[in-house]
Design a protein around this ligand. Structure first.
Ligand code: ADP
Ligand code: ZN
Ligand code: ZN
Length: 734
């Protein structure tokens, strides 16, 4: 009897595949011809036909096909012998898909390095080494003197990898071949890991540091969240290093997340020098191939420690022991497009699932984390003093009302800079990027250079010759004459870092002035090279956020901060928190070594309560105050937010979509607070109109339940097809 075609049997299990498509569902496929779908296939990468394309997806479940799918297609390829996503990682990513209300296929694709996402074969994480065979071990002593003998003697101490042999032995390959031919030596695959130097000892811990390390060690039996709240320079990194060493001694893997600007070669070198095991780095500056190899080295349990930025939170950790998040308050942990995850929050979820402690460190903890500590969900560890001999900096406010300014700098500031230089110190002039950027205006008629595609002015670059939009990247040359009145009185308005640099160079012609911003340092290591050249001589650094953290500058004795006033009066409820964190972090750069430091804050609002609280009581007092205000106003962390955003060529389409979505959400839960549709903070970007609808609820569960019930209807709205829309749970930028 001929066999019935497999398609017609409704109970035959099929692959339910998660595809990287903006559709909230799985897709049924038969396994390739001649194969059966089994439970063990879950987590497998597969290649499937989709319309006229081929896509790489992941088997999310194995079950009977959905009702009536008569002509089920067969998958083209099973891409891996074993499922790539396994155990905890797969379950945590399923959680992330539910939490962000994003399609599982897009979440899984986000978690993979690009080559694996594209369906490329798993990279080799092995290197090759040479070792003696049993026969070689016994025969070695009888070998005649010569190159093979020399190599055999060397290998008698243990396997040696080829890179090392290349470095240290001439012509070893022919010797190795000679030994191999006689069955005395063989080539073997070993884990390819960056070589580690012998560990260097660090300073003896002080009592507070030791207490923090002990708390982490004590928590190592399971999940715990520990907030290491330590002033800048208090030795938090030393605590991480001890906790990691302890984790390694237990034979476990450690994941360290750092902000974008925190992952400097200096940081890596410190970890490598101290831990005595290979330390992997993971950041956007690495090639795809290297990222994929690191991912697999962790999946295979070969790698032990990684220091990485946001996306390192997706590494498989089959032997996890500890997760560290440095500068946990940093905004770069939140992804602002695609899958809008927060690496800190996801790390906590993973820590819980893995049953390992999560150590969050900061001198300026996020209000969310401080609230968690107050509520007893996080253990609160404190480092109150700077480590070693370093003294806390003195902070002074300079009132610039009615003072003559040169490039935005007051006479008092120039004087203070002069004094610091006279004492052979280094000076950092820090310009808050959220302040005014230099804009080209006409002094005769008031015309200003606007981006043609965004509601934003263009910024002046290249000493006034170029205009650039920081929002869409558009560039054009600056006009010679005003396009409106034809006048020649065009000037760069606003003290950008270039103008500050000019003014300082003019005032202090005999000291080096080094400007550090995105324009002068496109690449990560360029910043290091600049600073290395700067050395320890007296001089002035001018820069933005890039300099708030990172490279140690022991000779820095004066930090001058300008351009903070806009942050004092922003509409964003998070602006005060961001500004306070920035001020404390920048101030923390001063006086990190033996020399005392001074910090000058230049402002038109010397009596502003934020500055007053911060100066009198420090970040802790500011945070208490701010938390009380957030509670009163019903803002996070006392409420939970989600933002529905839409963009289209015409405002009408955005508005129609968000109104319809609002109806669906209102139906789902009348208690949900809905604000909007309103224009986005930048209502037009790159030629698109942008609007948003804010959802808020005191209960996280209510927010998610409403989204769960309303989203299928929102996806199906006819208005949804006329816009690009996205949902952002726990939005950071309102
Ligand atoms: P943080 O991470 O809190 O900014 P670090 O761990 O980088 O602080 O420490 C700041 C400086 O103090 C570093 O140069 C570090 O070597 C030094 N340091 C840390 N702990 C100690 C200690 N217990 N004794 C002496 N010096 C220390
Ligand atoms: Zn004009
Ligand atoms: Zn633009």
């Amino acid at each position: 009897m001929p066999q019935a075609p497999i398609q017609s049997n409704p109970s035959t299990p099929v692959w339910k595949v998660a595809l990287p498509l903006p559709l909230p569902r799985l897709f049924d496929y038969l396994p390739p011809e001649g194969e059966a779908a089994t439970e063990g296939d879950v987590g497998l990468r597969v290649r499937v036909p989709f319309g006229s394309r081929e896509l790489v997806g992941v088997v999310a479940a194995v079950a009977a096909a959905d009702g009536d799918s008569p002509d089920l297609k067969a998958a083209l390829d099973r891409l891996d012998p074993e499922p790539l996503f396994q155990g905890e990682l797969l379950e945590s990513l399923r959680w992330l898909a539910r939490y962000t209300h994003a399609p599982l296929g897009e979440v899984l694709a986000t978690a993979l390095p690009a080559p694996l996402r594209r369906g490329e074969p798993l990279p080799d994480t092995h290197a090759w080494a040479w070792q003696l065979t049993e026969a070689g071990l016994t025969a070695r002593e009888r070998l005649r003197a010569g190159k093979p003998r020399r190599l055999a003697d060397r290998l008698a101490a243990g396997p040696c990898d080829e890179d090392l042999l290349d470095e240290s032995e001439d012509d070893w390959r022919s010797a190795a071949r000679a030994l191999a031919k006689r069955g005395l030596a063989e080539r073997a695959a070993i884990p390819a890991v960056p070589r580690a130097p012998a560990p260097q000892p660090g300073p003896a811990l002080n009592a507070e540091q030791q207490a923090a390390v002990d708390a982490v060690t004590a928590a190592s039996g399971g999940f715990a969240a520990l907030l290491l709240d330590g002033v800048t320079g208090s030795g938090k990194t030393e605590v991480y290093l001890h906790a990691i060493a302890d984790c390694l001694a237990r034979g476990r893997q450690a994941l360290v997340l750092v902000p974008e600007i925190g992952l400097t070669p200096q940081t890596l070198a410190r970890f490598r020098a101290r831990l005595g095991v290979p330390v992997h780095a993971l950041h956007s500056g690495l090639g795809d191939g290297e990222r994929a190899r690191t991912w697999m080295a962790f999946a295979r349990g070969e790698a032990r420690v990684v220091v990485g930025t946001r996306s390192a939170v997706f590494l498989p950790l089959p032997e996890a022991g500890l997760i560290v998040i440095d500068e946990e308050h940093d905004g770069s942990f939140k992804q602002l497009d695609g899958i809008r995850y927060h690496a800190r929050d996801f790390a906590l979820v993973r820590g819980k699932a893995l049953g390992v402690p999560v150590l969050l460190g900061s001198a300026t903890p996020s209000l969310e984390s401080l609230r968690n500590a107050q509520a007893g969900r996080f253990q609160h560890l404190r480092l109150r003093e700077r480590a070693g001999a370093a003294q806390p900096p003195r902070v002074r406010v300079i009132d610039v009302r009615k003072r003559p300014l040169d490039a935005g700098l007051s006479p008092e500031l120039f004087d203070a800079i002069g004094h610091a230089l006279d004492a052979d110190g280094q000076v950092l002039v820090f310009k808050n990027r959220r302040g005014y950027a230099p804009v080209l205006i006409c002094h005769d008629c008031g015309w200003s250079a606007q981006c043609q595609r965004c509601d934003a002015p263009m910024t002046v670059h290249g000493g006034g010759r170029r205009l650039q939009c920081h929002h869409c990247g558009a560039r054009r040359p600056a006009p010679d004459a005003c396009p409106d009145c034809g006048g020649l009185a065009l000037q760069a308005q606003g003290a950008g870092t270039e103008r500050i640099e000019e003014a300082l160079t003019a005032r202090f012609p005999d000291v080096p002035v080094l400007r550090i911003d995105r324009g002068t340092t496109q690449r990560r290591d360029a910043l290091e090279q600049h600073l290395a050249r700067f050395g320890s001589e007296r001089g002035i650094l001018v820069g933005t956020q890039m300099l708030a953290k990172g490279h140690d500058l022991p000779q820095l004795t004066l930090v001058a901060v300008v351009g903070i006033d806009e942050g004092l009066f922003s509409a964003d409820f998070r602006a005060p928190e961001k500004l306070a964190q920035l001020l404390i972090q920048v101030a923390g750069r001063a006086g990190r070594a033996q020399r005392p430091g001074e910090v000058l804050l230049q402002t038109h609002h010397p009596a502003h309560p934020l500055l007053a609280t911060l100066l009198a009581g420090g970040y802790g007092a500011f945070a208490d105050n701010e938390l009380a205000q957030r509670e009163e106003a019903g803002f996070p962390p006392f409420a939970h937010l989600a933002m529905l955003r839409a963009e289209a060529r015409h405002t009408d389409a955005c508005e129609a979509f968000l109104r319809a979505a609002r109806e669906r959400l209102r139906d789902a839960d009348p208690s949900l607070e809905l604000h909007g549709p309103l224009p986005a903070p930048m209502p037009r970007r790159a030629g698109y109109q942008r609007m948003q609808l804010l959802l808020s609820s005191p209960e996280r569960r209510t927010l998610h339940a409403s989204l769960d019930s309303a989203l299928p209807a929102i996806y199906a709205l006819p208005e949804a097809r006329k816009v690009r829309w996205s949902l952002d749970v726990d939005p950071l930028d309102l």
